[in-house]
Design a protein around this ligand. Structure first.
Ligand code: KHC
Length: 417
């Protein structure tokens, strides 16, 4: 599988599967020191529908296991409602699809409960990514026995004729899908606070355990339940959906990377990619902080913060929103074609520049009507810091005043100030 910088989500192909034995004696298969990677495009969404010329994998190029009759030419399992996997999971409906495969809702005949099953394409690189995801989910679920942190739970996994199937707890819509179904009406600051707090705790837990998610984006953040009521707004004369619960969980650990593992040079889906990744300066946990900053901005705006498909334009947009990229970072980059005279190689008089000025307002000028908005933007400014050494960590971010109302729910904070 080739590498293609134009692809919005990119994963290279990693090393071989190395089944391992855990200290507790349980077999810990599939822990890979070099992750499998897959080129992933969520079929459901704008940014990840395969653009022409991308590196989506075709069945011809990648080895797959002896395939079954239940498989299409692209290595997807052909399933139908009523199909029973592993004599246990009965397919009820479809929940999602992407380059990785499909997600279906099933009834677990053993427990009677509904579950989600991620059925991965029978193609080597996707199988490897799935095995890597299983190893990560085993580890983080084990470390979080009581399910305190908002990472999806894996209930089971198995191989169905070369298709790795990961059985997960059933969750609701993704935050992206919810926004889309709600006509991209932004979330309120109060809603963002609650989602952000859970997300930060979940990802901070990953970071403490030497993991980086690397692909945080609204599609990979799911509501635990997307049950909602319809509300009528007299002012806009529009109906909108109001969620009953704001609990969210992080999914898709196929590219999560342990500190000791090989770090692919290109990670994350384009719009959430940190500057150090674009500039090829090396990355660590803090690239997740950048991605989360972009995600929270998207929740606030109801649209993508950096709407581009081009790295050069992406960096120019960052400068419009966040000010100039520090010269020491431009000096260090291996991508010297982005640099001219210690500045970004970008023509401020060009038509491209005029067009990005329309989309990108400086962070400092963005609406800050209330104290809580000012606090949110202060936090976002700390997360969207170019220099990783100065970027806030999630441990620190959890103590930011923006979260005071969550930490002091009785309003003690207000009385003090
Ligand atoms: Cl419903 C659901 C659950 Cl409960 C867990 C993971 C999922 N859906 C509908 C789920 C996933 C999807 C996937 C994962 N992991 C991704 N795609 C889904 O459609 C994989 C690609 N990124 C978005 C999440």
């Amino acid at each position: 599988m080739g590498r293609n910088d134009e692809t919005d989500t990119w994963r290279g192909v990693g090393g071989d599967t190395k089944p391992e034995q855990r200290a507790d004696g349980k077999s810990r298969s599939f822990h890979e020191h070099s992750h499998g990677r897959s080129s992933t495009h969520d079929a459901s969404v704008r940014r990840e529908s395969s653009p022409p010329g991308d590196n989506a994998v075709s069945g011809d190029e990648e080895p797959r296991q002896e395939n079954s009759r239940e498989e299409d030419e692209e290595g997807h399992l052909i399933y139908h409602v009523g199909l029973v996997l592993r004599e246990r999971y009965e397919v009820v409906s479809s929940l999602g699809a992407g380059a990785f495969g499909r997600v279906v809702e099933c009834t677990d005949r053993q427990s009677g409960e509904r579950v989600a099953v991620k059925i991965v394409r029978n193609i080597d690189c996707f199988r490897r990514a799935a095995k890597s995801e299983i190893a990560v989910l085993e580890e983080i679920n084990d470390l979080d026995d009581d399910s305190i942190f908002a990472c999806v739970r894996m209930l089971d996994w198995f191989d169905h004729d070369g298709h790795i199937c990961i059985v997960l707890e059933l969750l609701g819509l993704s935050t992206f899908e919810f926004l889309r179904q709600n006509r991209f009406l932004p979330f309120s600051v109060e809603q963002i606070r609650h989602m952000a707090f859970q997300l930060f705790r979940a990802v901070c837990f990953l970071h403490r355990n030497k993991l980086t998610h690397t692909d945080l984006k609204p599609e990979n953040i799911l509501f635990v339940s997307s049950d909602c009521d319809l509300e009528y707004d007299g002012e806009t004369r529009c109906e909108h959906k109001k969620l009953r619960r704001l609990d969210v969980k992080v999914v898709d650990f196929g590219t999560a990377t342990f500190d000791h593992e090989h770090h692919e040079s290109l990670v994350s889906t384009r719009h959430y990619r940190a500057p150090e990744v674009i500039l090829d300066l090396g990355w660590n946990q803090s690239c997740d902080v950048w991605s989360l900053g972009c995600v929270l901005m998207e929740f606030y705006l109801g649209r993508i913060l950096f709407p581009t498909h081009d790295s050069m334009e992406h960096l120019a947009m960052m400068e419009k929103v966040l000010g100039p990229i520090p010269p020491h970072l431009l000096k260090q980059t291996r991508k010297q074609h982005y640099v001219l005279n210690e500045h970004l190689n970008w023509d401020q008089q060009s038509s491209s520049d005029r067009s990005i000025r329309k989309h990108c307002r400086p962070l400092k000028l963005m609406a800050r009507k209330s104290d809580e908005e000012r606090q949110l933007f202060d936090l976002l400014g700390c997360m969207l810091e170019y220099d990783v050494c100065r970027r806030i960590t999630l441990e620190e971010a959890l103590w930011h005043p923006f979260f005071n109302p969550i930490r002091n729910p009785q309003g003690q904070d207000k009385q003090r100030s």
